[in-house]
Design a binder for this molecule. Structure first.
Ligand code: GRF
Length: 189
C-alpha cells in the first residue's frame, strides 16, 4: 500500500475528496495531511475523517530538514491540494515524479505567483474566457511549471461569475483528481 501525504493550506475540500476516494483503494491510502496554516479548515475535516494532520512552519519546510525528513520516512507520494507555498528543491529532488499539484485553470494560462483561488477565477472572468478548467501536473521548483499530466475543461458563458466559475472548477477537481493520482501511483509506484 503506497502512502500519500497531502499538503493543504485552506478549506481542504479536495483533500477530503481524496481521502474518501482512497479509503476504498487497494493501491494507496492517505496517511497524513500537512498544513502551513493553523486556521485552515482542513484540520476540522481531518478530525472528522480521523486522518492525522500536522502544522508546520516555513523554517521546518525551507530552512531546516524537518519536513523533508518526515516525508522521507512517511510518504511515497505527495499531493498538493490547495497548497500555497513553493516546494523547496530539496523536496522536489527527493521525490521525482512523486509530487502532484492541481491548478484551477488551464495552464500555462493563469499560472504563476499570486494566481491561486479566486484570483484565478476573477482573472478568467475579466478576460471573458469561453472556457476554463483544471491542470494536474508534476511539481518542480517553479510555480505551476512542472510537466502536465492531465487537463479537463468546462465551458463558460457571459453569465458566469468568479463564484460560479469556482464551482464548475471544483466539480472537475472532485471528478478527476483522485483518479489521476491513482494512475500516477500505478505508473511510478
Ligand atoms: C482548488 O481549486 C485548487 O485547485 C486550488 O485551490 C483550491 C483548493 O480548494 N489550488 P480546497 O481547499 O481543496 O477546497
Amino acid at each position: 500500500m503506497k502512502r500519500i501525504v497531502i499538503f493543504a493550506s485552506g478549506s481542504g475540500s479536495n483533500a477530503e475528496n481524496i481521502v474518501n476516494y482512497f479509503n476504498s483503494s487497494q493501491i494507496a491510502t492517505v496517511t497524513h495531511v500537512l498544513s502551513n496554516n493553523e486556521h485552515a479548515k482542513v484540520f476540522d475535516r481531518c478530525e472528522r475523517l480521523q486522518i492525522e494532520a500536522s502544522l508546520f512552519d516555513k523554517e521546518s519546510f525551507v530552512k531546516d530538514d524537518t519536513v523533508l525528513n518526515f516525508l522521507l520516512v512517511e510518504a511515497d507520494f505527495i499531493v498538493l491540494a490547495g497548497f500555497l507555498w513553493r516546494v523547496p528543491s530539496k523536496i522536489v529532488e527527493a521525490f521525482p515524479n512523486k509530487i502532484i499539484n492541481i491548478h484551477p485553470a488551464l495552464l500555462p494560462k493563469y499560472g504563476g505567483k499570486g494566481m491561486y483561488g479566486m484570483n484565478v477565477h476573477k482573472a478568467v472572468k475579466e478576460n471573458k474566457e469561453h472556457e476554463t478548467g483544471i491542470t494536474i501536473h508534476y511539481v518542480n521548483e517553479n510555480y505551476d511549471e512542472g510537466a502536465i499530466i492531465f487537463q479537463a475543461s468546462t465551458a463558460l458563458s457571459e453569465n458566469d461569475t468568479p463564484e460560479t466559475i469556482a464551482t464548475k472548477v471544483h466539480e472537475l477537481e472532485y471528478k478527476h483528481f483522485p483518479e489521476i493520482i491513482e494512475q500516477v501511483i500505478t505508473k511510478h509506484g
